[in-house]
Design a protein around this ligand. Structure first.
Ligand SMILES: [Zn+2]
Length: 400
Protein backbone atom coordinates (compact mmCIF):
# COMPACT_ATOMS: atom_id res chain seq x y z
CA UNK A 1 0.00 0.00 0.00
CA UNK A 2 2.74 2.35 1.04
CA UNK A 3 4.73 1.84 -2.15
CA UNK A 4 1.64 2.47 -4.30
CA UNK A 5 1.14 5.77 -2.53
CA UNK A 6 4.74 6.76 -3.07
CA UNK A 7 4.47 5.96 -6.77
CA UNK A 8 1.20 7.85 -7.05
CA UNK A 9 2.60 10.95 -5.41
CA UNK A 10 5.76 10.79 -7.58
CA UNK A 11 3.57 10.57 -10.65
CA UNK A 12 1.62 13.64 -9.65
CA UNK A 13 4.78 15.59 -8.97
CA UNK A 14 6.05 14.66 -12.44
CA UNK A 15 2.74 15.48 -14.14
CA UNK A 16 2.25 18.85 -12.47
CA UNK A 17 4.36 20.93 -14.87
CA UNK A 18 2.60 19.20 -17.80
CA UNK A 19 -0.78 20.32 -16.50
CA UNK A 20 0.53 23.82 -16.01
CA UNK A 21 1.91 23.96 -19.56
CA UNK A 22 -1.29 22.65 -21.10
CA UNK A 23 -3.24 25.66 -19.87
CA UNK A 24 -6.96 25.20 -20.53
CA UNK A 25 -9.52 25.16 -17.76
CA UNK A 26 -7.63 26.64 -14.92
CA UNK A 27 -4.34 24.93 -15.70
CA UNK A 28 -1.39 27.25 -15.95
CA UNK A 29 -3.17 30.35 -14.76
CA UNK A 30 -2.81 29.50 -11.12
CA UNK A 31 -0.22 30.08 -8.48
CA UNK A 32 1.91 27.02 -7.77
CA UNK A 33 2.49 25.97 -4.17
CA UNK A 34 4.75 23.39 -2.58
CA UNK A 35 3.53 20.05 -1.25
CA UNK A 36 2.00 20.67 2.20
CA UNK A 37 1.54 24.42 1.65
CA UNK A 38 -1.88 26.09 1.75
CA UNK A 39 -3.15 28.27 -1.07
CA UNK A 40 -2.61 32.02 -0.61
CA UNK A 41 -5.64 33.92 0.78
CA UNK A 42 -8.29 34.60 -1.86
CA UNK A 43 -7.37 31.54 -3.93
CA UNK A 44 -8.39 27.88 -3.95
CA UNK A 45 -6.59 24.72 -5.05
CA UNK A 46 -7.93 23.93 -8.51
CA UNK A 47 -5.38 21.25 -9.40
CA UNK A 48 -2.81 19.56 -7.15
CA UNK A 49 -0.52 22.28 -5.82
CA UNK A 50 -1.99 24.95 -8.07
CA UNK A 51 -4.16 27.72 -6.65
CA UNK A 52 -6.40 30.20 -8.42
CA UNK A 53 -8.61 33.18 -7.56
CA UNK A 54 -12.22 33.26 -8.85
CA UNK A 55 -13.03 35.77 -11.61
CA UNK A 56 -16.04 37.15 -9.72
CA UNK A 57 -15.66 38.80 -6.37
CA UNK A 58 -16.30 36.01 -3.84
CA UNK A 59 -19.28 36.34 -1.48
CA UNK A 60 -18.74 36.44 2.24
CA UNK A 61 -19.62 33.27 4.16
CA UNK A 62 -22.78 35.07 5.28
CA UNK A 63 -24.04 35.59 1.74
CA UNK A 64 -23.02 32.30 0.15
CA UNK A 65 -26.16 30.16 0.39
CA UNK A 66 -25.93 27.45 -2.24
CA UNK A 67 -29.15 25.57 -2.91
CA UNK A 68 -28.69 21.83 -3.03
CA UNK A 69 -29.90 20.23 -6.25
CA UNK A 70 -29.91 16.77 -4.67
CA UNK A 71 -33.23 15.02 -5.16
CA UNK A 72 -33.67 12.36 -2.52
CA UNK A 73 -36.28 11.01 -0.12
CA UNK A 74 -37.64 13.49 2.43
CA UNK A 75 -39.37 12.33 5.60
CA UNK A 76 -40.25 15.27 7.79
CA UNK A 77 -41.09 14.29 11.38
CA UNK A 78 -43.17 16.98 13.05
CA UNK A 79 -43.84 14.67 16.01
CA UNK A 80 -41.64 12.18 17.82
CA UNK A 81 -42.49 8.56 17.07
CA UNK A 82 -42.78 7.82 20.81
CA UNK A 83 -43.70 10.21 23.61
CA UNK A 84 -40.51 11.99 24.57
CA UNK A 85 -39.10 13.37 27.78
CA UNK A 86 -37.11 16.54 27.21
CA UNK A 87 -34.54 16.18 29.97
CA UNK A 88 -32.89 19.48 29.06
CA UNK A 89 -35.83 21.86 29.23
CA UNK A 90 -35.51 25.61 29.65
CA UNK A 91 -39.16 26.69 29.83
CA UNK A 92 -37.95 29.86 31.57
CA UNK A 93 -40.99 32.12 31.81
CA UNK A 94 -43.50 29.39 30.92
CA UNK A 95 -44.02 27.86 34.37
CA UNK A 96 -46.75 30.38 35.12
CA UNK A 97 -50.50 29.61 34.89
CA UNK A 98 -50.73 31.16 31.39
CA UNK A 99 -47.31 29.99 30.27
CA UNK A 100 -48.12 26.37 31.08
CA UNK A 101 -51.01 26.48 28.60
CA UNK A 102 -48.66 27.67 25.85
CA UNK A 103 -46.07 25.08 26.88
CA UNK A 104 -48.65 22.25 26.85
CA UNK A 105 -49.85 23.12 23.36
CA UNK A 106 -46.30 23.26 22.05
CA UNK A 107 -45.34 19.94 23.65
CA UNK A 108 -48.51 18.28 22.27
CA UNK A 109 -47.65 19.37 18.74
CA UNK A 110 -44.23 17.65 19.07
CA UNK A 111 -45.27 14.54 21.03
CA UNK A 112 -43.09 15.62 23.94
CA UNK A 113 -44.98 14.25 26.91
CA UNK A 114 -42.75 15.55 29.66
CA UNK A 115 -40.44 18.46 30.10
CA UNK A 116 -37.82 18.46 32.81
CA UNK A 117 -37.12 22.06 33.71
CA UNK A 118 -33.37 22.47 34.08
CA UNK A 119 -33.50 26.13 35.05
CA UNK A 120 -31.61 25.84 38.35
CA UNK A 121 -34.54 26.84 40.54
CA UNK A 122 -34.42 26.79 44.30
CA UNK A 123 -36.35 28.02 47.32
CA UNK A 124 -39.44 30.17 46.72
CA UNK A 125 -39.02 30.34 42.96
CA UNK A 126 -39.04 26.54 42.79
CA UNK A 127 -42.05 26.31 45.09
CA UNK A 128 -44.03 28.79 43.01
CA UNK A 129 -43.27 26.91 39.79
CA UNK A 130 -44.23 23.58 41.37
CA UNK A 131 -47.48 25.04 42.70
CA UNK A 132 -48.35 26.36 39.23
CA UNK A 133 -47.63 22.98 37.67
CA UNK A 134 -49.71 21.17 40.27
CA UNK A 135 -52.65 23.53 39.73
CA UNK A 136 -52.84 22.77 36.01
CA UNK A 137 -54.72 19.49 35.48
CA UNK A 138 -53.34 18.92 32.01
CA UNK A 139 -49.73 19.70 32.93
CA UNK A 140 -49.40 18.42 36.47
CA UNK A 141 -47.77 15.19 35.31
CA UNK A 142 -46.02 16.69 32.32
CA UNK A 143 -43.43 18.97 33.90
CA UNK A 144 -40.86 18.13 36.54
CA UNK A 145 -38.25 20.47 37.93
CA UNK A 146 -34.56 20.16 38.79
CA UNK A 147 -33.10 22.04 41.73
CA UNK A 148 -30.27 24.55 41.44
CA UNK A 149 -27.13 24.66 43.54
CA UNK A 150 -25.63 28.00 44.51
CA UNK A 151 -21.88 27.64 44.03
CA UNK A 152 -21.02 31.11 45.26
CA UNK A 153 -18.87 31.43 48.39
CA UNK A 154 -17.69 27.85 48.58
CA UNK A 155 -15.71 27.61 51.80
CA UNK A 156 -16.21 26.56 55.42
CA UNK A 157 -19.91 26.04 56.16
CA UNK A 158 -20.95 26.14 52.50
CA UNK A 159 -21.71 22.42 52.18
CA UNK A 160 -24.06 22.28 55.17
CA UNK A 161 -26.04 25.22 53.82
CA UNK A 162 -26.17 23.81 50.29
CA UNK A 163 -27.29 20.42 51.59
CA UNK A 164 -30.06 21.95 53.71
CA UNK A 165 -31.33 23.91 50.69
CA UNK A 166 -31.15 20.84 48.42
CA UNK A 167 -33.03 18.72 50.96
CA UNK A 168 -35.72 21.39 51.19
CA UNK A 169 -35.97 21.67 47.39
CA UNK A 170 -36.26 17.90 46.98
CA UNK A 171 -38.86 17.76 49.76
CA UNK A 172 -40.78 20.45 47.84
CA UNK A 173 -40.76 18.27 44.72
CA UNK A 174 -37.51 18.74 42.77
CA UNK A 175 -36.56 15.48 41.04
CA UNK A 176 -32.85 16.09 40.51
CA UNK A 177 -30.14 18.74 40.31
CA UNK A 178 -29.48 20.93 37.31
CA UNK A 179 -28.64 22.21 35.02
CA UNK A 180 -25.35 22.91 36.72
CA UNK A 181 -24.10 25.57 34.36
CA UNK A 182 -20.83 25.90 32.53
CA UNK A 183 -19.87 28.77 34.79
CA UNK A 184 -19.07 26.01 37.31
CA UNK A 185 -15.49 25.39 36.25
CA UNK A 186 -15.18 28.23 33.77
CA UNK A 187 -15.72 31.31 35.89
CA UNK A 188 -17.15 30.85 39.41
CA UNK A 189 -14.63 31.94 42.00
CA UNK A 190 -14.04 31.00 45.60
CA UNK A 191 -14.01 33.77 48.23
CA UNK A 192 -10.19 33.91 48.01
CA UNK A 193 -10.46 34.77 44.29
CA UNK A 194 -9.26 31.42 42.98
CA UNK A 195 -11.30 29.52 40.39
CA UNK A 196 -13.72 27.00 41.89
CA UNK A 197 -12.54 23.72 40.38
CA UNK A 198 -15.14 21.15 39.42
CA UNK A 199 -13.44 18.52 41.58
CA UNK A 200 -12.95 20.79 44.62
CA UNK A 201 -13.12 18.55 47.72
CA UNK A 202 -15.17 21.15 49.63
CA UNK A 203 -18.08 20.11 47.42
CA UNK A 204 -17.85 16.41 48.30
CA UNK A 205 -20.54 16.44 51.04
CA UNK A 206 -23.03 17.90 48.56
CA UNK A 207 -22.38 15.14 46.01
CA UNK A 208 -22.69 12.56 48.77
CA UNK A 209 -26.10 14.02 49.57
CA UNK A 210 -27.17 13.66 45.92
CA UNK A 211 -26.21 9.98 46.16
CA UNK A 212 -28.14 9.58 49.40
CA UNK A 213 -31.21 11.23 47.89
CA UNK A 214 -30.92 9.04 44.78
CA UNK A 215 -31.39 11.96 42.41
CA UNK A 216 -29.68 12.54 39.07
CA UNK A 217 -27.23 15.43 38.67
CA UNK A 218 -27.44 17.13 35.28
CA UNK A 219 -24.23 18.99 34.52
CA UNK A 220 -22.98 21.12 31.67
CA UNK A 221 -19.20 21.42 31.67
CA UNK A 222 -17.18 23.69 29.38
CA UNK A 223 -18.36 24.31 25.83
CA UNK A 224 -17.35 23.04 22.41
CA UNK A 225 -13.63 22.52 22.13
CA UNK A 226 -13.38 25.05 19.28
CA UNK A 227 -14.51 27.83 21.64
CA UNK A 228 -11.21 27.47 23.48
CA UNK A 229 -9.14 27.70 20.32
CA UNK A 230 -7.94 30.71 18.32
CA UNK A 231 -10.61 32.27 16.08
CA UNK A 232 -8.80 31.83 12.82
CA UNK A 233 -10.13 30.71 9.47
CA UNK A 234 -9.53 27.04 10.31
CA UNK A 235 -11.87 27.15 13.31
CA UNK A 236 -15.09 25.41 12.24
CA UNK A 237 -17.10 27.62 14.62
CA UNK A 238 -15.61 30.89 13.35
CA UNK A 239 -18.98 32.45 12.53
CA UNK A 240 -20.57 31.52 15.84
CA UNK A 241 -17.57 32.81 17.78
CA UNK A 242 -17.66 36.01 15.81
CA UNK A 243 -21.41 36.47 16.37
CA UNK A 244 -21.35 35.66 20.09
CA UNK A 245 -18.31 37.06 21.83
CA UNK A 246 -19.26 35.52 25.18
CA UNK A 247 -18.58 32.06 23.73
CA UNK A 248 -14.87 32.74 23.33
CA UNK A 249 -12.57 31.50 26.05
CA UNK A 250 -9.18 33.13 25.47
CA UNK A 251 -6.59 30.96 27.10
CA UNK A 252 -5.01 33.80 29.05
CA UNK A 253 -8.28 34.24 30.96
CA UNK A 254 -9.95 30.82 31.04
CA UNK A 255 -8.97 27.25 31.86
CA UNK A 256 -8.37 25.01 28.86
CA UNK A 257 -10.96 22.57 27.54
CA UNK A 258 -8.81 19.64 28.69
CA UNK A 259 -8.40 21.07 32.19
CA UNK A 260 -12.18 21.23 32.54
CA UNK A 261 -12.65 17.73 31.13
CA UNK A 262 -10.09 16.38 33.57
CA UNK A 263 -11.79 18.03 36.56
CA UNK A 264 -15.21 16.82 35.41
CA UNK A 265 -14.00 13.27 34.96
CA UNK A 266 -12.35 13.37 38.41
CA UNK A 267 -15.74 14.34 39.85
CA UNK A 268 -17.52 11.52 38.02
CA UNK A 269 -14.91 8.97 39.10
CA UNK A 270 -14.78 10.09 42.70
CA UNK A 271 -18.56 9.98 43.19
CA UNK A 272 -19.47 6.60 41.79
CA UNK A 273 -22.75 6.51 43.71
CA UNK A 274 -24.03 9.68 42.08
CA UNK A 275 -25.93 9.33 38.79
CA UNK A 276 -24.58 12.05 36.54
CA UNK A 277 -25.99 13.19 33.23
CA UNK A 278 -23.35 14.98 31.15
CA UNK A 279 -25.22 17.55 29.05
CA UNK A 280 -24.45 18.01 25.36
CA UNK A 281 -22.85 14.56 25.11
CA UNK A 282 -20.10 15.95 27.31
CA UNK A 283 -18.97 18.02 24.27
CA UNK A 284 -17.53 14.82 22.85
CA UNK A 285 -20.11 14.29 20.11
CA UNK A 286 -17.31 15.15 17.68
CA UNK A 287 -15.26 12.31 19.18
CA UNK A 288 -17.60 9.44 19.93
CA UNK A 289 -14.73 7.07 20.68
CA UNK A 290 -13.72 9.36 23.54
CA UNK A 291 -17.29 9.54 24.82
CA UNK A 292 -17.62 5.77 24.58
CA UNK A 293 -14.44 5.30 26.58
CA UNK A 294 -15.82 7.64 29.24
CA UNK A 295 -19.10 5.74 29.45
CA UNK A 296 -17.22 2.43 29.59
CA UNK A 297 -15.04 3.63 32.46
CA UNK A 298 -17.82 5.36 34.42
CA UNK A 299 -21.02 3.34 34.80
CA UNK A 300 -22.61 6.15 36.85
CA UNK A 301 -22.48 8.56 33.90
CA UNK A 302 -25.21 9.10 31.30
CA UNK A 303 -25.30 11.62 28.56
CA UNK A 304 -27.78 13.93 26.85
CA UNK A 305 -28.02 15.10 23.25
CA UNK A 306 -29.10 18.76 23.47
CA UNK A 307 -27.58 21.20 20.99
CA UNK A 308 -25.10 18.74 19.46
CA UNK A 309 -27.34 17.45 16.68
CA UNK A 310 -24.92 18.98 14.18
CA UNK A 311 -22.27 16.50 15.29
CA UNK A 312 -24.60 13.49 15.51
CA UNK A 313 -26.06 14.14 12.07
CA UNK A 314 -22.76 14.60 10.27
CA UNK A 315 -21.57 11.06 11.06
CA UNK A 316 -24.68 8.94 10.53
CA UNK A 317 -22.97 5.55 10.49
CA UNK A 318 -20.76 6.07 13.54
CA UNK A 319 -23.59 7.80 15.41
CA UNK A 320 -26.02 4.98 14.64
CA UNK A 321 -23.58 2.43 16.00
CA UNK A 322 -22.82 4.57 19.05
CA UNK A 323 -26.49 5.00 19.92
CA UNK A 324 -27.09 1.27 19.53
CA UNK A 325 -24.06 0.39 21.68
CA UNK A 326 -24.83 2.94 24.41
CA UNK A 327 -28.62 2.81 24.11
CA UNK A 328 -29.05 2.60 27.89
CA UNK A 329 -26.96 5.71 28.59
CA UNK A 330 -28.33 8.41 26.25
CA UNK A 331 -31.19 10.79 27.10
CA UNK A 332 -33.11 13.06 24.79
CA UNK A 333 -32.91 16.75 25.63
CA UNK A 334 -33.28 19.85 23.51
CA UNK A 335 -31.85 22.79 25.51
CA UNK A 336 -33.12 26.17 24.25
CA UNK A 337 -36.92 25.96 23.94
CA UNK A 338 -37.73 26.61 20.30
CA UNK A 339 -40.62 24.29 19.34
CA UNK A 340 -39.84 24.48 15.62
CA UNK A 341 -36.39 23.00 16.20
CA UNK A 342 -37.40 19.68 17.77
CA UNK A 343 -38.49 18.07 14.45
CA UNK A 344 -34.87 18.19 13.28
CA UNK A 345 -34.03 15.81 16.12
CA UNK A 346 -36.85 13.43 15.22
CA UNK A 347 -35.71 13.45 11.61
CA UNK A 348 -32.08 12.70 12.48
CA UNK A 349 -33.01 9.95 14.95
CA UNK A 350 -35.85 8.31 13.03
CA UNK A 351 -35.04 8.51 9.32
CA UNK A 352 -32.44 7.64 6.70
CA UNK A 353 -32.84 11.03 5.05
CA UNK A 354 -29.70 12.51 3.56
CA UNK A 355 -28.03 15.86 3.28
CA UNK A 356 -30.55 18.15 4.91
CA UNK A 357 -30.14 21.47 6.68
CA UNK A 358 -29.51 21.93 10.36
CA UNK A 359 -31.63 24.49 12.16
CA UNK A 360 -28.91 27.02 12.83
CA UNK A 361 -26.54 27.71 10.04
CA UNK A 362 -24.00 29.51 12.18
CA UNK A 363 -23.42 26.29 14.15
CA UNK A 364 -22.61 24.11 11.24
CA UNK A 365 -21.43 24.64 7.70
CA UNK A 366 -22.52 21.14 6.79
CA UNK A 367 -25.64 19.09 6.25
CA UNK A 368 -27.23 16.41 8.39
CA UNK A 369 -28.12 12.77 7.73
CA UNK A 370 -30.60 10.52 9.48
CA UNK A 371 -29.15 7.86 11.76
CA UNK A 372 -32.23 5.62 11.52
CA UNK A 373 -32.39 4.23 15.06
CA UNK A 374 -34.32 1.03 15.76
CA UNK A 375 -37.55 1.42 17.74
CA UNK A 376 -36.11 -0.22 20.86
CA UNK A 377 -33.32 2.37 20.94
CA UNK A 378 -35.66 5.27 20.19
CA UNK A 379 -37.85 4.36 23.16
CA UNK A 380 -34.87 4.26 25.51
CA UNK A 381 -33.46 7.56 24.29
CA UNK A 382 -36.82 9.33 24.14
CA UNK A 383 -38.15 8.31 27.55
CA UNK A 384 -37.09 5.02 29.16
CA UNK A 385 -33.59 6.08 30.21
CA UNK A 386 -34.86 9.27 31.82
CA UNK A 387 -37.54 7.29 33.67
CA UNK A 388 -34.96 4.81 34.89
CA UNK A 389 -32.64 7.35 36.49
CA UNK A 390 -35.31 9.79 37.74
CA UNK A 391 -37.62 8.30 40.33
CA UNK A 392 -39.60 11.54 40.53
CA UNK A 393 -41.00 11.23 36.98
CA UNK A 394 -44.41 9.51 36.82
CA UNK A 395 -43.48 5.98 35.79
CA UNK A 396 -46.78 4.72 34.38
CA UNK A 397 -48.53 5.24 31.07
CA UNK A 398 -45.44 4.99 28.86
CA UNK A 399 -45.30 2.66 25.83
CA UNK A 400 -43.79 -0.74 26.49
ZN1 LIG B 1 -29.15 24.02 29.28
Amino acid sequence: MRSTLVVASLLSVVSMPLVAQRGGRGGGRGTPIQQGESCPPGTTEIRPRNCMAPENAPPSILDYRPKSTLVTAVHLKPKAKYPAIDFHGHPQGLLTPEGLVTLGNALDSLNVRMMISADNMSGDRLKTALANIKANDKMKDRVRVLAGIDFRNVGPGWAQKAIAQLDADVAAGAVGVGEISKSFGLSIKKPDGSRLKIDDPELDPLWDECARLGIPVFIHTADPQEFFEPIDYTNERWLELSLFGDRRYPQDRFPSFETLMTERDNLFRKHKNVTFVAAHMGWHANNLARLGKMLDEMPNVNTEVGAVLYDIGRQPRAAHDFFVKYQDRILFGKDSFQPEEYPYYWRVFETQDEYFDYYRNYHAFWKLYGIDLPDTVLKKVYFANALKITKGIPQTGWPR
